[in-house]
Design a binder for this molecule. Structure first.
Ligand code: HEC
Length: 152
């Protein structure tokens, strides 16, 4: 009897998850991918903004530098996953060029990943080196946005 109940429960669970897959059409998954990309980009912008305040000396948090740099570099490693095929739908600011010029796009993604890894590798107590590495990351934002993101 126990076995039968267990089998029924298992069957119900499988049926439930199959049902979920049918109820979540690809279009919704694509829109979720857009939203996810925008959310990650926002957090990237927030870390860059926070770090800018430190680099410019507006606030003094030398012990926060490494954490911001590591967060930025972590997003640098994610960047290549943020533009799956099909995520060119709905309310996106990504231009079709992302998918139409994959080689050029891969290059700006790699530039960002490299610059953000360099930022982590920079000695945070050397403010000139830190400023230069930070500015180099900033240029890679523009390098991608200019070609691959809609102008506001
Ligand atoms: C490889 C390309 C690429 C790089 C590198 C890149 N971005 Fe973006 N970013 C985009 C695209 C494309 C969008 C539009 C995304 C969308 O709307 O689907 C975007 C959107 C944004 C947004 C708006 C998010 C929202 O919808 O509210 C911010 C903020 C942002 N990026 C900040 C940055 C910063 C800061 C950097 C550099 C540290 C950076 N990005 C690097 C491609 C890039």
């Amino acid at each position: 009897m126990r076995g039968v109940l267990r089998d029924r429960l298992l069957f119900s669970l499988i049926a439930f998850f199959l049902g979920l897959m049918v109820l979540a059409p690809p279009a919704l998954a694509d829109e979720a991918a857009v939203k996810y990309r925008q959310t990650v980009m926002k957090s990237l912008g927030a870390h860059m903004g926070a770090m800018a305040a430190i680099v410019k000396g507006q606030v003094s948090h030398p012990d926060h530098v490494a954490a911001h740099a590591e967060s930025i570099a972590a997003i640098g490693r994610m960047a290549k996953d943020l533009f799956p095929a099909g995520s060119d739908v709905g309310d996106t600011g990504a231009l079709p060029a992302v998918w139409e010029q994959p080689e050029e796009f891969a290059k700006v993604v790699a530039d960002f990943e490299t610059a953000s890894a360099n930022l982590v590798a920079t000695d945070g107590s050397d403010s000139a080196a830190l400023g230069a590495a930070f500015a180099a990351v900033g240029r890679t934002c523009g390098g991608c946005h200019q070609k691959f993101r809609q102008k506001k």
